[in-house]
Design a protein around this ligand. Structure first.
Ligand SMILES: [Zn+2]
Length: 139
């Protein structure tokens, strides 16, 4: 039993991720990513990757979605859908997993897929098994 926001909200998040992918700013890698983040209260946040000529200032689609949500006062999440325009679905990078470690429970659901749909879903704790999180600092 997990905490997922449910099939309808995951489907809506996938649609949002596909939409956001079309806004990807990725002139250097040409690797477009879209994300749809589901908050516990049902609100959806989208994100795309935004590259930068410095490369280092680039931000991933997943973190864009988290920063949008958090900057609007939402800190509780159930699911994220990550979409790439590739045959092989792409899991979140380690920086994005670390951002998730700050705000997400072990049963937070990560769904990855492409423009044809979601192909695999993981619990957060399956992708980052021993996260460094707030409990190490706030005990
Ligand atoms: Zn990332």
């Amino acid at each position: 039993m997990h905490n997922s926001g449910g099939r309808d909200s995951v489907k809506a998040a996938w649609e949002k991720a596909c939409q956001s992918l079309s806004h990807s700013y990725s002139p250097y890698s040409r690797f477009s990513v879209g994300a749809g983040l589901v908050a516990q209260n049902g609100i959806l946040y989208s994100g795309c990757n935004v590259e930068n000529a410095t490369y280092g200032a680039t931000i991933c689609a997943e973190r864009t979605a988290f920063l949008k949500a958090i900057s609007e006062g939402n800190r509780s999440f159930s699911d994220i859908v990550i979409v790439t325009d590739t045959v092989k679905p792409t899991p979140p990078c380690a920086l994005c997993l670390q951002t998730m470690a700050e705000f997400c429970a072990p049963d937070f659901m990560i769904h990855i897929g492409n423009l044809n749909g979601i192909s695999v879903s993981y619990r957060f704790c399956e992708l980052l098994t021993h996260p460094f999180g707030p409990s190490y600092l706030l005990d």
